[in-house]
Design a protein around this ligand. Structure first.
Ligand code: FAQ
Length: 332
């Protein structure tokens, strides 16, 4: 369902003017154009390397910070089954962060450097994780909308030009698909429940709809990286193309749930075969990116505390590795 139509979008947005010249750069672009994978030891333009480090590390940080809004509900899940599923989902997100940090490390940045950037507040992570999770229905809305948006954004990355990133995304997308379904199932249960459960589901949709649309990034005219990233096949579709696909897929799902998308301008455009939707409040998006969203400070505080509290684990692991190395040296 989420992959339908993705292969027919995006071709006209490739900017051919940017990029290095010189025989190595030319050969590199030819390989990308031929859909060959670029591997860590291959020559690549420095700007390509930096773009990947930026995007993959932001993506990894998003997964790690993204554990916090849901982690908040593990102890309050309504049943044992819901608790077990939520724990598994949050663990998956931790795993996604680890694969992605490993993929970024192949480009020459260390995990410690990425951690420092996150904890210092200089690294970006997805805006969506700076919103609070106020009710149980938010677990449904996150799975349905946030993971749904993440899948649409990430399936094309399985075909991205950089091998380690593309391969990491294959497993991640499979797990995101399970996450999306569990979220939809929570919403369905609430939507078919008591009037107050239904109200809770509607309230969660009202609060998460617009931030989910913002996940895809600024509009194409404002996106500074899209043209070059598409030329390098890091991105396969523009932010607006993916956002439109998300709206087209999700609105019928909201109707199936019997919930109302909080957008008075939402309308089906028969000629275009797309839903038209209202204007996004980009000032809210910018405020979140500048650190002034509802939970930015809380999220970073939590990460810093977790890092400090985990110092003894890192020390123990390092001491264990040292001991192992000495023993292996003695045995050799
Ligand atoms: N939030 O020129 P563009 C998940 C920044 S994972 C914050 O369009 P680009 C799983 C952008 O970095 C969610 N910042 O940039 C999960 C750039 O800043 P810079 C994360 C944003 O890179 C589910 C500037 O604005 N997914 O949800 C955002 O070409 C549930 C200009 O933007 C990924 O990271 C934003 N929403 O396109 C976990 C997917 N949007 O670096 C837990 C991979 C834009 O110049 C629970 N990433 N910015 O200072 C991508 O596809 C791209 O990086 C985009 C942005 C599309 C996010």
């Amino acid at each position: 369902m989420y992959t339908q139509g993705l292969d027919s979008l995006g071709k006209e947005c490739v900017d051919r003017s940017a990029g290095d010249s010189g025989p190595l750069a030319q050969r590199f672009q030819e390989r990308v154009d031929a859909d060959e994978k670029i591997e860590p030891r291959d020559w690549m333009p420095d700007a390509y390397r930096q773009t990947l480090i930026r995007q993959i590390s932001q993506h990894a940080h998003s997964e790690i910070v993204g554990m916090l809004p849901e982690g908040n509900w593990i102890s309050r899940a309504p049943t044992l089954r819901r608790k077990a599923v939520l724990i598994a989902k949050v663990q998956d997100e931790g795993g996604h962060g680890m694969y992605l940090y490993s993929a970024a490390e192949t480009l020459g940045i260390s995990r410690d450097q990425m951690q420092e950037q996150l904890l210092a507040g200089t690294a970006k992570y997805s805006s969506i994780f700076n919103y609070p999770t106020l009710t149980w229905a938010d677990m449904g809305a996150i799975g349905w909308l946030v993971d749904g948006a993440a899948i649409l954004n990430q399936i094309p990355i399985c075909r991205c030009s950089y091998g380690p990133y593309a391969r990491a995304m294959v497993r991640i997308c499979k797990e995101e698909s399970f996450h999306q379904r569990q979220g939809f199932e929570i919403m369905l249960t609430l939507a078919r429940g008591t009037p107050s459960q239904r109200e809770m589901a509607q309230d969660a949709l009202d609060r998460w709809w617009w931030p989910s649309l913002m996940m895809f990034g600024p509009g194409d005219a404002q996106s500074r990286h899209t043209a070059q990233s598409m030329r390098w096949k890091i991105k396969r579709f523009t932010n607006d193309e993916l956002r439109q696909k998300f709206v087209d897929v999700t609105v019928p799902q909201a109707r199936f749930l019997g919930l109302t998308v909080p957008d008075p301008h939402l309308a089906w455009d028969e000629a275009q075969q797309h839903y038209r939707f209202g204007a996004i409040d980009w000032s809210e998006f910018q405020a979140v990116l500048q650190g002034n969203g509802p939970c930015n400070r809380e999220r970073l505080q939590m990460r810093r505390a977790a890092h400090e509290e985990g110092a003894w684990v890192r020390e123990a692991a390092t001491a264990h590795a040292r001991k192992q190395a000495v023993r292996q040296g003695e045995a050799a």
